[in-house]
Design a protein around this ligand. Structure first.
Ligand code: SAM
Length: 211
């Protein structure tokens, strides 16, 4: 699939900011344990038909994929626009090169319904609201059955200054937007990961099934 011209948000993540983020994106044992617990709970909501293939959109150094590896035998795939992050995913043998793509949420290089489960973790917050529906369309298109969204919640759209940068972080009701755009989605479970307990970043998550 042809990739569209990069937005300023994607250029931001492909460039120096994205490279420096990698150094701050800690895969320490507490965070990995919390991700294992989170994914155990999320996958429990799909236990009747566990996903056999899972795509992470925006994997960075692959923290979610490392956690998933210990709780599922599903085939793991990812897209990530930052080249240094992709290099770490490969050198740490989190994924094989054939399963990792230089792409973004607005044009996913997969066939319709190709991946049983498609998810993001703090990635849609970095998509400009004008472009967000295109990312939703793509995630919905390539998902065969499940969609998981792990993002920062606000009941109204808010633009938050992100480490001195405007227009790079947006909070909203990402779960509500799924139901507004695709009323056939069924909510399987949802929850909140409290930073004080988990070291995850006060994220709200939703698990949906296509019906
Ligand atoms: C805050 S990090 C989260 C990384 C990872 N999901 C995690 O939970 O550790 C955001 C990541 O998404 C990537 N990214 C930003 N915008 C993206 C987009 N539109 N599509 C795919 N990836 C994107 C960035 O390069 C970065 O690696």
């Amino acid at each position: 699939m042809n990739q569209p011209a990069p937005t300023s948000q994607i250029e931001f993540w492909r460039g120096e900011f994205g490279h420096h983020y990698i150094g701050r994106n800690d895969a320490n044992p507490t965070i990995l344990r919390s991700l294992v617990a989170l994914w155990t709970r999320i996958l429990h909501s799909m236990q009747g038909a566990p996903p056999q293939s899972i795509l992470e959109v925006g994997c960075n150094i692959g923290k979610n994929l490392r956690a998933l590896r210990s709780v599922t035998g599903a085939k793991l795939l990812a897209v990530e626009p930052n080249s240094e992050a992709r290099q770490i995913v490969l050198s740490d043998r989190v994924l094989e090169a054939a399963d990792l793509y230089d792409a973004t949420s607005s044009a996913l290089p997969f066939a319709d319904g190709q991946c049983d489960l498609v998810f993001t973790n703090t990635v849609l917050i970095h998509v400009h609201p004008d472009n967000l529906e295109q990312s939703y369309r793509e995630i919905y298109r390539v998902s065969g059955r499940y969609i998981v969204t792990i993002e920062y919640f606000s009941d109204k759209l808010e633009s938050i200054n992100y480490r001195g940068h405007d227009n790079m972080l947006f909070k909203r009701d990402f779960g509500g937007l799924w139901l507004d755009l695709y009323p056939n989605l069924r909510l399987l479970d949802y929850g909140f990961a409290w930073k004080r307990l988990t070291q995850l970043d006060n994220v709200t998550w939703w698990a949906f099934e296509k019906c």
